[in-house]
Write a protein that binds this ligand. Structure first.
Ligand SMILES: [Zn+2]
Length: 306
């Protein structure tokens, strides 16, 4: 009985969070307690060549087959680096394997895709979550040099990692990439500077990768990062991360490609930022913001489905 009451309480809390106001896109900054250090380099040399290419319609075609009942998350259906990481080259010769953090955590943004009201709301809810839980500030584009543009081209769900310099795209093909707030949170977290949770060097201690079930040609998506290159920022491995692949990611046979080694754990949730996600962002951006005690952070997902 207690467990049921607890569950209902959790669901109420979660419900109140999905009902966040969506006009939270402009936040005044200037509170020194939330000050963030200057930008730092993000090393991308561990990403394979698939990450340094250009947007492709074949990824869009694959995503077009996705439905709400699909076993995989929509961003797991693209063919870029680790699935959905793309540093578009657009004919540039130089492959850049370094990007950087956003100075002061300020990220100018522009919504320039064909999104309906509901899809636009999901983007704004994702931004509101970052404003509520982290020191990042998404600022409506007003001529800044470096900024992100939310597009909706038929090239899948994808983003670059960190700040490229100049204009950079976060592509959210409709309806797949904007049907859940969590997918938007995921792609934004790439742009903020993070790669996937199961790419962490110590992931084999936490999950088993079933290579026999991985679609041919997608094995590279399950590479581990070089421990020297990845800053885990002192945050433990996080099954709840919105950056963790689902259990069926890149499966060729509807069997699991990823299995948590800890019993009862689930991976691949796209409901909201986990407590670990929030801690990582705030560690990377030197944010002193206090951890909230409620919401889709931490144990909620596991409480319901674990
Ligand atoms: Zn991703």
């Amino acid at each position: 009985m207690m467990a049921v009451l607890q569950l209902m309480l959790y669901m109420c809390v979660a419900g109140s969070i999905t009902a966040l106001p969506v006009d939270d896109d402009v936040v005044m900054v200037g509170d020194d307690s939330n000050a963030i250090e200057d930008s730092d380099v993000i090393d991308l040399s561990g990403l394979g060549p698939e990450a340094f290419t250009f947007p492709k319609n074949e990824s869009g075609d694959a995503l077009a087959t996705w439905t709400e009942s699909s076993l995989m998350n929509p961003e797991e259906m693209s063919f870029y680096g680790e699935g959905d990481i793309l540093i578009p080259t657009y004919g540039r010769n130089a492959v850049r394997d370094q990007t950087s953090r956003w100075p002061n955590g300020h990220i100018p943004y522009l919504i320039d895709g064909s999104f309906n009201q509901n899809q636009r709301d999901n983007i704004m809810k994702a931004i509101a979550d970052y404003h509520r839980l982290t020191c990042l500030r998404f600022i409506p584009y007003n001529g800044q040099r470096d900024y992100i543009v939310f597009k909706s081209a038929n090239t899948g769900c994808w983003s670059s990692v960190g700040r490229l310099g100049g204009r950079q795209e976060v592509n959210l093909q409709t309806p797949g990439c904007v049907s859940k707030k969590g997918t938007v949170l995921h792609e934004i977290l790439h742009a903020v500077g993070f790669i996937h949770e199961q790419s962490r060097p110590e992931r084999d201690d936490f999950v088993k990768i079933n290579y026999n079930n991985i679609r041919s040609g997608s094995e590279g998506n399950f590479k581990k990062s070089d421990s020297k290159r990845v800053a885990d920022l002192g945050i433990p491995y996080d099954y709840n991360s919105v950056m963790h692949y689902s259990e069926y990611a890149f499966s060729k046979n509807s069997k699991k490609t990823i299995e948590p080694k800890t019993g009862g754990m689930k991976v691949g949730q796209r409901e909201g930022l986990s407590r670990g996600d929030v801690k990582k962002v705030n560690a990377m951006y030197n944010c002193k913001k206090e951890e909230p005690q409620t919401g889709w952070v931490g144990s909620v997902w596991q409480s319901i489905f674990g």
